[in-house]
Design a protein around this ligand. Sequence first.
Ligand code: NAP
Ligand code: ZN
Ligand code: ZN
Length: 353
Amino acid sequence: MTAQTTTVYAYAAPAPKAPLERVTIARRALGTHDVLIDIKYAGICHSDIHIARAEWGEGGFFPVVPGHEITGVIAEVGPGVTRYAAGDRVGVGCFVDSCRECENCRAGLQQYCTGETGMVGTYSATGRDGQPTQGGYSQSIVVDEDYVLRIPDALPLDAAAPLLCAGVTTYSPLAYWQAGPGKKVAVVGLGGLGHLAVKIAHAMGAEVTVLSQSLRKKNDGLHLGADHYHATSDLSTFTALAGSFDLILNTVSAGLDLGAHLGLLKIGGTMVQLGVPEHPQSLSAFPLVAQRRSLSGSLIGGIPETQQMLDFCAAHDIAADIELIRADQINEAYERVLASDVRYRFVIDTATI
Ligand code: NAP
Ligand code: ZN
Ligand code: ZN
């Protein structure tokens, strides 16, 4: 058993908005219930960029190694580990610990942990060794087995990585608001989250519409499983589709005219905010009260639901459409994500770190 901390290579943002660079970081010694994972792939989520650029406020930890869409293979297990063995194909998502005792943790909703420290983020949080947690843009990671997911054999490890955040973030609200046959679902923004939302909502049997800034990606959207595709830059979209949808998932990383989008819901419909833009957004009450509409939000998914989502994706042949990159292309990939030029998730081959 690895009784010492191990030193591994990683890519870190040294300071807010600074380009990421190669560094070494320490991983904690393997605890009784820990597994050591050889990371093979790490997806680039827009949240990585928000955090590396300190767009969610001061107080983050720098240098920060982002990455919470991790897949790899177990290299070693602690003596108390019961569910995993060396060689298993596994994943790690957005958190690596939680209190385990609060009502939400006991219900398997660890992402909403109300314990003293809340859920412990895979990076930019304080780990149980008292050190800042560091994420998946690295060669290996040590994680308690209770926060590790099993990757079904049917899913390739590279295209499965984005499921650990983007997949479950879209699966969870689609399941909660019962997307399925007879339901009209709109997905706003065809990026990392959006393209998986389209695939998953389609597989659940819903009628799916993409609302993108332009028609540039229309063929892709239809190919991914959307039934309809409209541009939000064309203002007639908002009159043509008024009162159409049961459910709207807003995956946009920037501010949006929320009122205009709420107007697209049927009576009693719900728009779920998934994107977490840098700045607060304003909203008139009229589109909400007018048709008893709801505006809600949703954060990733708990451990049981993440496993359920992985099994659902394996059964429906769903994984991300990825562009595999070398670690020295991370900064360029960040710029392309910021320019909405991602088709549809960048995934780092961590062997290149
Ligand atoms: P992404 O790949 O960059 O996709 C966002 C998409 O939003 C873009 O591809 C673009 O789609 C659209 N968009 C971007 N800027 C826009 C603008 N100014 N106006 C209108 N549309 C715009 O990002 P992602 O990784 O999917 O993440 C999306 C957001 O969700 C981020 O804020 C991220 O932090 C957040 N997030 C939240 C959770 C959660 O648990 N709630 C989990 C993961 C990520 P089109 O080109 O099609 O318009
Ligand atoms: Zn994410
Ligand atoms: Zn808890």
